[in-house]
Design a protein around this ligand. Structure first.
Ligand SMILES: *[C@@H]1O[C@H](CO)[C@@H](O)[C@H](O)[C@H]1NC(C)=O
Length: 387
């Protein structure tokens, strides 16, 4: 069984410290260089939304597979409630807190799907995820992601003992390198689909495992987008059973439900190589972390240049170049500029200054406006003498 630390070691290195990168965004001489935020779990403490949770319309009974006694789920009783937020509360080795769905008796059964959604609210570079089940692991489920807030859900990974018939995908279990036409195609795996163990089974998902091109991650925009996620959805499709759900009566039906004790994500706050830290802004409307951008960049993910630093196009920092944003020359007469491709082609500098002050004009506020002339003090003065 893979453990997360091992997965992180084996696959995380692809975009972590392989080049001896560290946290600093500048070297000793003050030269900009690519930098990284800390490896962390962005799901920790985040709210989770479930489309179904047990005990919400009064107490219900469930009977864990392999146990003699039945138990009660009741959302109004703190000792017996299993809300979705319990999968991202602090990690607990014994799985004492968990989320749980209704049972088959209440109608949770294929093709009824139960979704668990975690909104991370900003982009993270995901290395791996681990789910730990309190119930037996499902027969079939899918993981979806949103790349950016506001984008559509895209499939990230499928797990199923019937990849082809349930999800229309080929089973790629056990393959070291997976042949695929698209580097960003979601795979389907049949491993972990067994009903054993009845409890505490884990399921790891490593975003780059087996993916062609992963060893050239720095030069693959497709894979860089692939590991980027701002929201995660677990879509539970079909439960595992012992095969007695159709003749075992209520007792059998009460033993089938989904229960998850932990959901962990191994990731870095995504700052495009331009920040070494994410922080929660104080007294702000934003209820999520933002990058503390360096290299003259700005935005939640350092995805743009600061207003006066658009002399060349924005680019993410890479090992070969930090691609720091460059200051426009506005002769002190403007606070903003935008990148102008034509200007860049003809002059080698693309920054076109906006709103030049003191009657100046030109791409760099370098000349006087029409009908103004440079006066003795160097300022632009009206060409028509005041009478
Ligand atoms: C569950 O998630 C999937 C994938 O995003 C979506 O297509 C489906 O409508 C969702 N179902 C429910 C009940 O929310």
């Amino acid at each position: 069984m893979w453990n997360p630390a091992l997965i992180s070691l084996c696959f995380g290195f692809l975009f972590q410290n392989v080049h001896g990168q560290d946290e600093n965004c500048y070297d000793d001489q003050g030269t900009p260089k690519v930098c990284l935020t800390l490896f962390m779990n962005p799901a920790l403490g985040k709210p989770v939304e479930a489309t179904n949770t047990c005990g919400q319309t009064g107490p219900t009974e469930y009977c864990p597979v392999g146990q003699r006694t039945c138990k009660v789920c009741d959302s109004t009783d703190p000792g017996n409630s299993h809300p979705a937020n319990f999968i991202t509360d602090s990690y607990d080795f014994y799985g004492r807190t968990w989320w749980q769905s209704d049972t088959m008796l209440e109608g949770i059964r294929y093709p009824v799907v139960v979704n668990l959604t975690i909104d991370l609210k900003k982009a993270y570079d995901i290395t791996y995820m681990t789910l730990r089940f309190k119930s037996p692991r499902p027969d079939s489920f899918a993981i979806y992601k949103k790349t950016a807030p506001g984008s559509d859900w895209t499939p990230y990974q499928f797990f199923s003992t019937s990849c082809q018939s349930t999800y229309g995908k080929q089973d790629v279990s056990g393959r070291w390198l997976i042949q695929t036409s698209e580097p960003n195609e979601a795979f389907c795996k049949s491993e972990y689909g067994d009903i054993f163990p009845f409890s505490n089974g884990r399921i790891p998902f490593s975003t780059l495992e087996g993916r062609p091109g992963a060893n050239d991650f720095d030069n693959s925009p497709v894979l860089q987008e692939w590991v980027t996620a701002s929201a995660i959805r677990i879509s539970l499709t079909r439960m595992n059973t012992l095969g007695d759900e159709d003749f075992g009566g209520d007792r059998a039906l009460k033993s089938y439900y989904y229960a998850i004790s932990d959901f962990e994500i191994g990731a870095r706050c995504k700052c495009n190589g331009h920040a070494n830290e994410c922080y929660l802004p104080e007294n702000q409307v934003a209820d999520h972390e933002v990058c503390r951008c360096q290299h003259n960049t700005g935005g939640v993910n350092c995805e743009k240049c600061l207003p006066l630093y658009n002399d060349r196009p924005w680019a993410g920092a890479a090992e070969s170049s930090a691609n720091e944003c460059q200051r426009c020359e506005c002769n002190g007469k403007a606070d903003r500029c935008y990148f102008d491709e034509n200007l860049y082609q003809t002059t080698g500098r693309g920054g076109r200054c906006v709103d030049c002050r003191d009657n100046t004009d030109g791409p760099q506020c370098e000349r006087c406006k029409d009908n103004f002339v440079r006066g003795a003090n160097g300022e632009c003065e009206s060409a028509t003498p005041v009478l």
